[in-house]
Design a protein around this ligand. Structure first.
Ligand SMILES: [Zn+2]
Ligand SMILES: [Zn+2]
Length: 273
């Protein structure tokens, strides 16, 4: 069933997005597989359990999430729709508009992610992402589309209301997606000068750690977590394992999608069983 779902996803992805959908995955594999082999944090097989499920997320989620995000932004912006025609961004000098967009996006993304840990109804979807027990670049794609669309909607909303154009928002989404691949990679690389500047694998691995002291930490960019008191980055230690106590099917794309909808994930937040 897992293989059949993957093959259907492959056909749908090529039909909707063209051959580029598959070429992209192959190119990313050519980049990340040797990188993870050379600098592995943990010894694990490339063809690990759950790989086909995560590749299925990789192939089809973008299409579902794009639609859900557009609907999410339009519907939730209705009460503040009057702001957009004011086009406040056009009044700002470029030297202000760009850094302001970055700050708005980073803070919005931080809070969107933090809410998915703190609000039980959101956590049941986000728990799918935290069910990853073997970290690698493919695992970054294991996100429930509802969870991903929620975070993207909240992240895009400030820019949308202030009148920033779609290209700025789309460019940002691509940048965040590429960073997401890298920060989940199974690499032990440390970046001494950048530890508190960007989301390195070391930083985001702690977000997925089972260690109690790392729970509900490192939601966004290190500087934003520092500002809101949720940063955790010990100098020498590494997580003892990855995962969540919330039960989520370990594999099966459709099973993982259906699980929160059925009330399957115990909706009690990250720190409880
Ligand atoms: Zn999380
Ligand atoms: Zn993650």
């Amino acid at each position: 069933m897992v293989l059949l779902t993957f093959l259907v996803a492959l056909v749908v992805a090529v039909a909707v997005r063209g051959p580029g959908a598959v070429v992209g995955v192959v190119l990313l594999a050519a980049l990340f597989v040797p990188l993870e082999r050379a600098f592995a944090l943990r010894r694990q097989r490339v063809l690990r359990p759950g790989l086909l499920t995560d590749l299925t997320h990789f192939l089809v989620n973008t299409m579902i999430v794009s639609v859900l995000t557009v609907v999410g932004v339009v519907v939730s912006a209705i009460p503040l729709w009057w702001l957009r025609p004011l086009d406040l961004e056009a009044w700002l000098p470029g030297a202000v508009a760009v850094p302001l967009a970055a700050v708005l996006v980073l803070v919005a993304q931080y809070w969107a992610h933090r809410l998915t840990h703190q609000v039980p109804a959101l956590w049941r979807y986000h728990a799918v992402h935290h069910s990853i027990e073997q970290m690698d670049w493919v695992a970054s794609a294991r996100l429930h589309p509802v969870d991903q669309a929620f975070t993207q909607t909240v992240t895009a909303m400030p820019l949308f209301l202030l009148g920033y154009d779609g290209i700025a928002v789309a460019g940002l989404t691509v940048g965040v997606a590429l960073l997401a691949l890298f920060q989940h990679a199974n690499v032990r690389l440390r970046f001494p000068g950048l530890r508190w500047v960007v989301n390195t694998p070391e930083w985001h691995h702690w977000h997925h750690a089972v260690d109690p002291e790392a729970r509900d930490r490192n939601f966004g960019l290190p500087l934003v977590d520092l500002a809101f008191g949720t940063a955790y980055l010990p100098r020498a230690a590494r997580p003892s394992g990855f995962g969540t106590e919330t039960p989520v099917p370990a594999s099966g794309y459709l099973r993982q999608l259906a699980h929160p909808l059925r009330g399957g994930a115990t909706a009690v937040g990250r720190s409880a069983a």
